[in-house]
Design a protein around this ligand. Structure first.
Ligand code: 3MF
Ligand code: MG
Ligand code: MG
Length: 411
């Protein structure tokens, strides 16, 4: 292999190998899915506590244009991804948003979701439900402004990630008081929404809470989706019917949970309204790897669950292109391949539901075996049938590697 000595040679090898991978979906096909692209994911420059940025800034206009080319039909944003904190609520805010709205229209794209940043700025050092009434009043103003932004942009969803609702130092805050104060912010958002929706002749937004078990605070008061479901039903929300959840795949793995079971519980509660899709490792920090690169089999099973129980909300690409990916690679590799893995897994999930082997095995398991009354008799009667669990596991693996569609073991 020839030595690479120039950037154009670097680009040419990357481009050649991307196309050698082949098999991508058209932008038109990708657009048929409710896949949403966050402003912050594409604009992430690679910075972190121990990391300097590796990429250059990109503007919302660039992100929108690139998402359009890829076939990501929906865009979402934090308020401060696009509006400087000092301009929030001012005329400048509406000018910025108006320009973005026009851009989205030009590309026939929609803003699906708006989210209020309550973690980055110094004002949130003690979180959005801080002891200081000034901070809390400001937090209420911010979530209400975010709802206004949502209606202006035509969004259907608002998301809240209370990653700073917790503490570093134990004993410094009262947990119940803090949760009650946080409920007041959610109530302020919902109450303002009811008025704004009426004024704008639009439905109210779906307000979705997103849990993460740790980071940036050491201890988080609502660390899991289940904790949020309990919070929604705590009696402290004035409009619990307007509030649901936005689980993030990796956030459930981070505490050692089974994301699929967490999603199932939210579905059962009728609260699974929004879903952040990504991947990563159990009991580790929030690496935000793109969907399907770590746990493809788990992802396949998740999509089987969501397909078979009629989930119809957005699939939000909340991941971070790795620091080794260039500005060009973000849009030529990272996002298109993430979307294509998602769609492939979605199609495979359909194959799982239709697969005659899985169907027959599942039906047989559900039917059970008659002929026993005592524990010992019942166990004996079922001794053979239970092997089907492992067979189903193997069949899922076969579907994952395409063996059901022609891939053969070598002989
Ligand atoms: C952090 C996250 C957030 C939330 C976002 C939602 C920066 O781990 O997942 O992304 O998804 O704040 O609105
Ligand atoms: Mg995350
Ligand atoms: Mg997220």
């Amino acid at each position: 292999m020839a030595t690479i000595t120039s950037q154009s040679q670097e680009i040419s090898i990357v481009d050649r190998l991307v196309s050698a991978c082949g098999g991508s979906y058209s932008a038109q096909t990708r657009r048929k899915y409710f896949i949403t692209g966050p402003q912050w994911a594409a604009a992430y420059e690679g910075q972190a506590l121990f990391h300097a940025p590796t990429r250059q800034p990109v503007t919302p206009a660039q992100v929108i244009a690139e998402y359009d080319k890829i076939g990501i039909g929906y865009w979402c944003t934090h308020d401060t991804d696009v509006i400087p904190t000092e301009a929030l609520g001012t005329d400048r805010q509406w000018e910025i948003l108006d320009a973005i709205r026009k851009d989205l229209q030009k590309h026939e794209m929609k803003c699906s979701m708006v989210t209020c940043e309550t973690f980055h700025h110094a004002v949130w050092a003690a979180g959005p439900a801080a002891q200081s009434p000034e901070v809390r009043a400001y937090a209420n103003q911010r979530v209400v402004n975010n709802v206004e932004i949502g209606h202006f942009m035509g969004a259907q969803y608002a998301v809240y990630w209370p990653g700073t609702l917790g503490y570093m130092l134990q004993g410094a805050i009262d947990e119940i008081e803090t949760l009650e104060w946080y409920a007041q912010s959610i109530n302020a958002a919902c109450e303002a929404d009811i008025k704004l929706a009426k004024k704008n002749n639009r439905p109210t937004l779906k307000h979705c809470m997103e849990a993460k078990p740790f980071e940036p605070q050491a201890e988080i008061l609502l660390p899991t989706t289940d904790a949020m479901l309990a919070f929604i039903q705590s009696g402290k929300l004035t409009h619990p019917e307007m509030v649901g959840v936005n689980p993030e795949y990796l956030h459930e793995l981070m505490w050692g949970g089974a994301p699929r079971a967490a999603l199932a519980r939210a579905l059962m509660a009728g609260k699974l309204w929004h879903f952040d899709i990504n991947d990563g490792y159990r009991l580790k920090h929030d690496v935000d790897i793109a969907v399907g690169l770590v746990n493809p089999l788990d992802w396949l099973c998740i999509l089987v669950l969501l397909r078979s129980h009629g989930y119809n909300g957005p699939f939000n690409l909340d991941y971070k292109p790795p620091r080794t990916t260039s500005n060009k690679g973000v849009f030529s590799i990272s996002f298109p391949t993430a979307v294509d893995r998602f769609i492939t897994l979605w199609e495979m999930a359909g194959e799982v539901s239709e697969d005659p082997i899985i169907k027959e095995a599942t039906e047989a398991l559900k039917q059970g075996v008659s002929g026993g009354k005592t524990a010992a008799e019942i166990a004996k009667a079922h001794a053979e049938l239970g092997s089907l669990h492992e067979l189903i596991g193997h069949r899922l693996f076969q579907i994952l590697i395409g063996q059901n569609r022609g891939r053969k073991f070598s002989v």
